[in-house]
Design a protein around this ligand. Structure first.
Ligand SMILES: Cc1ncc(COP(=O)(O)O)c(C=O)c1O
Length: 399
């Protein structure tokens, strides 16, 4: 090889001698084969191997296995995880893999706003119907199914954004099984450390790993975890591969790193949230606090059964004085930052009425408990006294 460019392209060998301690990021679009026969073996899936990073990548698959293992830890269940380019992509890919034109999804009314928009603006155009309910009593679900016998999926989010309303997953899973309806739970707020929907009989779980699983607000990605391994391999993987919503190796690596501290973070998020919720509840400027760990929360009993020991880091509270008071509070808070996300290590606040729920009518906002004075808090892992002192000084300034 005499040419400069031939040498710059080929004259090197990988200097890896022993295994690195930390998972490498495999930033390669494709994988090589020594022979045509080797490639055929892998392409025809007779031998396990990597082909092209949209189909699978070592960093991504390692993280997928890590998530599946945490989701099924000590449960005796088996599950498969596939990572996606975002939480939205996870929902889109999974529903597209299950439903076809003419099928319907029965969904909880209280959902992340983007999910409702995905249902209404994208999936509806593919011929999938969406029916919403707030009532999960078997009689009510039976009535809905009688009117809409084409319901194929029950889609749930618990606790829901922003009033932390919880739905009894075990009961819903049982009803769905009895009626041959598949269940999907968005477990983003809880993570598998706090809530394991698969053990409660749910079929599929989705995550916006952008939130707690990454934990540091440094990337966007999602995950689908399912007990139905054959379905994941034959349907979801194909849907994902062909729609191109695959997770990038770097994004997966960020999640892999975040998972290492998930337990520590979720414990601290939850303990801090509980302490802040109790403080806010006793403050005269606050009219209501929504935290599933509080006995006063309307669905505390359900949360106590299905959330494991901790109640998570998300809460919201209503302040007297509406949007004007919220605006003043946002300006006065020094530690809590206004940002439209959640699950980061630092404390974040958001005003649902003018952000996540702004496209919803005032009437529906009211039904969901989204008032002008409602502020959502993603409680961080800072020193607990500092967080409380920050809210105390800011609430104290309200005129
Ligand atoms: C509960 C929940 N699910 C799904 C999503 C969508 O996730 P992503 O932004 O990663 O697409 C979000 C985003 O905020 C969310 O809060």
């Amino acid at each position: 090889m005499k040419g400069f460019s031939t040498n710059s392209l080929h004259n090197f060998k990988e200097e890896r001698k022993n295994a690195p301690h930390v998972l490498p990021i495999y930033t390669t679009s494709s994988f090589t084969f020594e022979t045509l026969e080797d490639s055929i073996e892998v392409f025809q899936r007779r031998t396990d191997g990597h082909v092209y990073s949209r189909y699978g990548n070592p960093t991504v698959q390692t993280t997928e296995n890590q998530i599946a293992a945490l989701e099924t830890l000590i449960t005796g269940l088996d599950a498969q995880c596939l990572m996606t380019s975002s939480g939205m992509s996870a929902i889109h890919v999974l529903i597209s893999a299950i439903c076809q034109k003419g099928d319907a999804v029965l969904s909880a009314k209280r959902l992340y706003g983007g999910t409702t928009e995905l249902f209404e603006k994208v999936l509806k155009r593919q011929g999938i119907d969406f029916i919403y309910t707030d009532d999960f009593e078997a009689d009510k679900l039976n009535d809905i199914l009688r009117i809409h016998p084409h319901i194929k999926v029950l889609y749930l989010e618990t606790p829901s954004n922003p009033t932390m309303h919880c739905i009894d997953l075990k009961r819903c899973a049982q009803w769905a099984k009895d009626h041959k309806v598949e269940t999907i739970v968005d477990n983003t707020f809880c993570t598998p450390f706090i809530q394991k929907p698969l053990t409660l009989g749910i079929d599929h779980v989705i995550y916006s790993t952008t939130k707690y699983l990454n934990g540091h607000g440094s990337g966007i990605a999602g995950a689908i975890v399912s007990q139905h391994i054959q379905f994941m391999d034959e349907n979801v993987r194909v849907q994902l591969k062909l729609s191109g919503g695959t997770c990038s190796p770097f994004e997966a690596w960020l999640v892999h790193t975040g998972l290492k501290t998930l337990e520590l973070r979720m414990q601290r998020h939850s303990e801090n949230a509980m302490a802040l919720a109790e403080f806010l509840q006793s403050h005269p400027a606050v009219s209501q606090v929504f935290y599933p760990g509080l006995e006063t929360h309307s669905t505390h009993d359900i949360a106590s059964v299905q959330m494991d020991k901790y109640f998570g880091g998300m809460l919201s509270f209503d302040i007297k004085g509406g949007q004007k008071a919220v605006s003043q509070l946002v300006k006065s808070l020094k530690i809590a930052t206004y940002a439209p996300t959640l699950g980061d290590v630092d404390t974040l606040i958001m005003h649902p009425a003018t952000s996540s729920h702004q496209s919803i009518s005032k009437e529906d906002q009211k039904l969901e408990g989204v008032t002008d004075g409602l502020l959502r808090v993603s409680v961080g892992i800072e020193n607990r006294e500092d967080i409380i002192a920050d809210f105390e000084q800011a609430l104290g300034q309200l005129s």
